[in-house]
Design a protein around this ligand. Structure first.
Ligand code: GDD
Length: 338
């Protein structure tokens, strides 16, 4: 069997790090595209890769430059390409609409065009998002639910999804989109709500901070474990036909429930520490997301394994360790005070 060569954009992020580990274990030669600033500040920006950094091949390129993307693709000549890089923080997309659209739409287009020109047989994964569903038409959401995005980020992902579909239909590229619902882990960035909460709870328990400011506590999300979601990405590229798949747990919880569970693990009541701040509310919100991953279960044999409370616990535990907290995790203090 010829050597499998993977190229991952966004390799330094949460998903990129889990995916790299998975592919290395399977014997892939793993290449990643990173920004020049990441190499210059690698302790900080490539921290998630530190355990296996010496096994990776990193290339500097920018999603804003077709020439640099084409050069990287031509050099690596991947058999599989996972396009994970994006401006992925939804809130930020309201503040800087232009750069979100530019990076997310043009970046995807540049990559698809470069792959088509240099390695048309390469299989491609595009990181879609449940944020594409936006103001949802139906619950739960499936591959055929209409997209009604409510943020510039969501709009950019719908455009990426359509570009991917078009490259598949027009040029016969094996390109699939994973419509991934929220997926978290101890490697999640600090700006996302779950990590903000797990870290906040751990630091409050350790006496390092008193309060935690959050926005909308009533938004509902379908939260799974990132380590399992990258397996679904890989499975999509092993299928004979490229298709799009919803990846989700099928369970939804409010941000408030996440707070209650996280603080309960450290023996605290979130109501004594969480403050809501209007500044952290979004101009237009996606109120409820819950996915139906039956197609992935049927066709990929994929299903989520980590339950919401296990996920919260794993994240809080890791953040307690980082905060040097001696707090014992105390589940009996009522996971689920809301
Ligand atoms: N980030 C953040 N910070 N979110 C907050 C806060 C806060 O202080 N307070 C409440 N929230 C609410 C947001 O309004 C949103 O409804 C929910 O928490 C989740 O926000 P995020 O964790 O930022 O994630 P997201 O759902 O907007 O987007 C994530 O999931 C998408 C998949 O659906 C990101 O990972 C996207 O890149 C991804 O595509």
């Amino acid at each position: 069997m010829p050597k499998q060569i993977a190229l991952i954009t966004g390799i330094a992020g949460q998903d990129g790090s889990y995916l790299s580990e998975l592919l290395l274990k399977q014997g892939y030669e793993v290449h990643g595209i990173v920004r020049r600033v990441s190499i210059e500040d690698s302790d900080h920006k490539l921290g998630r890769l530190s355990m296996f950094r010496d096994q990776l091949h990193l290339h500097t390129a920018s999603l804003e430059s077709y020439a640099s993307i084409h050069q990287a693709v031509e050099k690596v000549r991947p058999t599989e390409c996972y396009h994970l890089a994006a401006q992925s923080f939804v809130s930020y997309s309201f503040d800087d609409e232009f750069s979100t659209l530019n990076t997310n739409i043009n970046g995807t287009h540049y990559l698809l065009a470069a792959l088509k020109s240099a390695v048309p047989g390469c299989r491609v994964y595009f990181a879609g998002s449940s944020e594409m569903f936006g103001k949802v038409d139906e619950i739960p959401q499936t591959e055929s639910t209409r997209f009604r995005p409510r943020s510039i980020y969501g709009i950019s992902k719908v455009a990426g999804f359509e570009l991917t579909r078009n490259y598949r239909e027009a040029y016969g590229i094996h390109a699939s989109t994973g419509i991934l619902f929220n997926h978290e882990s101890p490697r999640r960035g600090y700006e996302f709500v779950t990590r903000k909460i797990s870290r906040g709870a751990a630091r409050i328990a350790a006496g390092l901070q008193k309060d935690l400011k959050l926005g909308n506590l009533d938004a509902k999300r379908d939260w799974g474990h990132a380590r399992e979601y990258v397996e679904a990405m890989w499975l999509m590229l092993q299928q004979p036909q490229p298709e799009d798949y919803v990846i989700a747990t099928g369970e939804t919880h409010t941000v408030r429930e996440f707070c209650a569970a996280a603080f309960a693990w450290v023996g605290l009541d979130y109501r004594d520490h969480v403050i809501t701040d209007q500044i952290l509310f979004r101009p237009s919100e996606v109120n409820v997301l819950v996915g139906d991953a039956s197609k992935a279960r049927r066709q990929l044999g994929w299903q989520p394994k980590t339950h919401f409370h296990q996920l919260v616990r794993e994240m809080v535990e890791a953040d307690c360790q980082a905060a040097g907290s001696t707090s014992k995790l105390v589940p009996e203090l009522g996971v689920g005070i809301v």
